[in-house]
Design a binder for this molecule. Structure first.
Ligand SMILES: O=C1O[C@H]([C@@H](O)CO)C(O)=C1O
Length: 599
């Protein structure tokens, strides 16, 4: 089947946390439309850029884009930003079942609200082994994000400013669940919604479109600031029936925050991560980093009443209240209703040991496991450091901070213009000095910026060692979730301190490592990944923290250079910069070739 959507991307006034701001919406709403497809379907999304003053692209996070690298939606990498007033059609195959989302990938547009959920259901050709284990069906997916009152243009300007004018974005004002949160208000609006959930006689003040029907009544009911006029911030309610088991999809598109999801009185069985099956394991709560997704099985096996779902910040000193949603047993007799006491408390933000325990437990599912190739053809070591360049804060990889060219890499390689489009003086470094101490601030904190790329021969097996380090300040190192475009990778292992192949290589897991598209590197630690470079294209690999990518925390892989020259890249994907001015070969017509299935 073919799923077709037409989207107008535009600035909208919206109140995601009960306070109205300008956001980037799709078809007049935030978050954008939910897309549901079946594995093997073709998804066509026509994007009209209705913003007057900036370009836009949409990235389909977790979709590998085999044969359609120009549809990956990364500005300056896989395509030109769609100009104001212009249209671009994304057409790609929903290659495998799983929990995904989409988001803007130009500037900091994701943090401005440009995102939505993308669910790919299984099919006879791509069955999910746990599909018969949830007799209650699926609950609405929870897409988690964080929200700032300062707009992203101010955030970017602050990050770009020099010396003492540098402004870090700080902690978010509000955590959002499906684009809804309650600023500085833990229980008010959530509690109102809670009453509504357990007593269907209390009429909602919100119509199906999310606008206000009865402003006055809702204002009276609100316990925490003006609520109903901003009914866009009403808490999410998940309805269940006692005795049934449900599938709950959870994904995080946060700009910064690592989160933890805890459902009062209930355990969860983790079965899927980033569209891959994991060996089922039972938890009280789950950690989720930006860029990750999970499916959990949830059995409604408690007393029939209503329960809180808390989403709290981990990994950074929180200044943000946990977000709340409600798990509501619809078969609760009114007489059995009891206010849940307090929402459950998510684990301490700095209990890194607990975070590691959770992450280390994730393994490939034993009955569908496809282990990685036993060895790699190439190893790339990526040291992550915070640096200063002429007074500007940067994040660097082996002392090189990524700066994107104006001509997208894919277009430059397709048309043989790479030597004029960006720095082809060689690859960026694939290692760092022996004597670098990852436990200490950099001795020399200067860095360089560059648009250089790693060139990967088609089909080779690549190992990446992500090496974390101390920041500019002593005794501080942060967690970074790294996301790879165009691929899943096997996560072979994690460890503390500096990765030493002599000591650690033998202990890497090549038996049942999980396949993922996002993996964290813990403070002062390392993570080793393996992937097969079998997808011709230009792919970003970067920290999924929006301000960190903005500050240069990423690298580019060019795969199958000669095969890129043969790709039928649609003209409108890359007709900007040098390609528009000097394309040496004729641009192919605007009709994209039908996307090909995964190899
Ligand atoms: O890039 C970052 O900058 C700040 C801080 O190091 C400087 O204010 C922070 O926490 C980051 O992750």
């Amino acid at each position: 089947a073919t799923i077709s959507e037409t989207w107008d991307v535009e600035y909208i006034m919206w109140a995601p946390d009960c306070q109205q701001r300008v956001m980037i919406g799709i078809n007049g709403r935030f978050p954008g439309p939910n897309i549901t497809a079946r594995a093997g379907d073709v998804i066509n999304v026509t994007v009209n850029n209705k913003m007057h003053t900036e370009g836009v692209v949409i990235h389909w996070h977790g979709i590998r884009q085999f044969g359609t690298p120009w549809a990956d939606g990364t500005a300056s990498i896989s395509q030109c930003a769609i100009n104001p007033g212009e249209t671009f059609v994304y057409s790609f195959v929903a290659d495998k079942p799983g929990t995904y989302f989409y988001h803007g990938h130009f500037g900091m547009q994701r943090a401005a609200g440009l995102y939505g959920s993308l669910i790919i259901e299984d099919s006879p050709e791509h069955p999910e082994p746990f599909r018969h284990q949830y007799d209650g069906g699926e609950l609405p997916m929870l897409l988690l994000s964080d929200w700032w009152h300062q707009n992203v243009y101010a955030q970017a300007a602050g990050l770009d400013s020099k010396d003492r004018h540098f402004q870090w974005i700080g902690e978010p004002q509000t955590i959002l669940i499906n684009g809804r949160g309650q600023f500085e208000c833990t229980l008010g609006p959530a509690r109102w919604n809670f009453e509504k959930a357990i007593d269907k006689n209390i009429q909602t003040c919100v119509d199906n479109q999310g606008s206000c029907k009865d402003e006055e009544r809702c204002l009276r009911r609100s316990e925490c600031g003006p609520y109903c006029p901003k009914s866009q911030c009403a808490a999410v309610v998940l309805d269940v029936r006692r005795g049934k088991t449900y599938r709950l999809r959870i994904a995080s598109t946060t700009s910064l925050s690592a989160l933890n999801v805890k459902i009062q009185g209930h355990k969860m069985t983790v079965v899927e991560a980033d569209g891959n099956h994991v060996e089922p394991f039972v938890v009280d709560d789950i950690d989720i980093y930006s860029g990750e997704s999970y499916s959990v099985l949830l059995k409604a096996d408690q007393r029939a009443t209503a329960y809180w779902i808390s989403v709290g910040v981990r990994g950074r000193h929180p200044k943000t209240l946990p977000a709340l949603a409600i798990l509501n047993y619809t078969d609760a007799p009114p007489s059995s209703f009891r206010w849940p006491t307090e929402p459950p408390v998510t684990p301490a933000w700095d209990d890194i040991k607990r975070s590691k325990n959770f992450t280390y437990r994730i393994k490939a599912r034993s009955d569908t496991n496809e282990p990685p190739p036993p060895a790699a053809d190439r190893q790339i070591v990526l040291l992550n450091t915070q640096n200063l360049m002429n007074g500007h804060y940067k994040w660097s990889i082996n002392n090189v901070s990524l700066s994107l060219p104006t001509t997208p890499y894919l277009g430059a390689f397709r048309h043989g213009l790479q030597h004029s489009a960006f720095d082809t003086s060689g690859e960026p470094p694939a290692t760092f000095p022996e004597d670098y101490n990852v436990m200490m601030p950099p001795v020399n904190n200067a860095t360089t910026v560059s648009s250089r790329v790693f060139m990967l021969k088609h089909g080779i097996v690549v190992d990446v060692v992500l090496q974390n380090a101390n920041m500019l300040k002593e005794q501080v190192s942060e967690t970074h979730p790294w996301h790879l475009h165009g691929h899943d990778f096997w996560v072979l292992g994690y460890g503390d301190g500096r990765y030493d192949p002599l000591k650690h290589a033998a202990a890497l897991n090549t038996v049942d490592p999980p396949l993922r598209n996002t993996a964290v590197v813990f403070p002062h630690g390392w993570t080793v990944l393996r992937f097969i470079a079998n997808n011709t294209g230009a792919w970003a690999f970067h920290c999924h923290i929006e301000p960190h990518l903005h500050m240069g925390m990423g690298v580019i892989f060019i795969e199958g250079e000669d095969k890129i020259r043969e790709l039928d890249v649609p003209k409108e994907a890359v007709a900007c910069g040098l390609v528009a001015r000097t394309a040496a070969v004729p641009l192919t017509p605007a009709t994209p070739k039908a996307p090909s299935p995964a190899p």
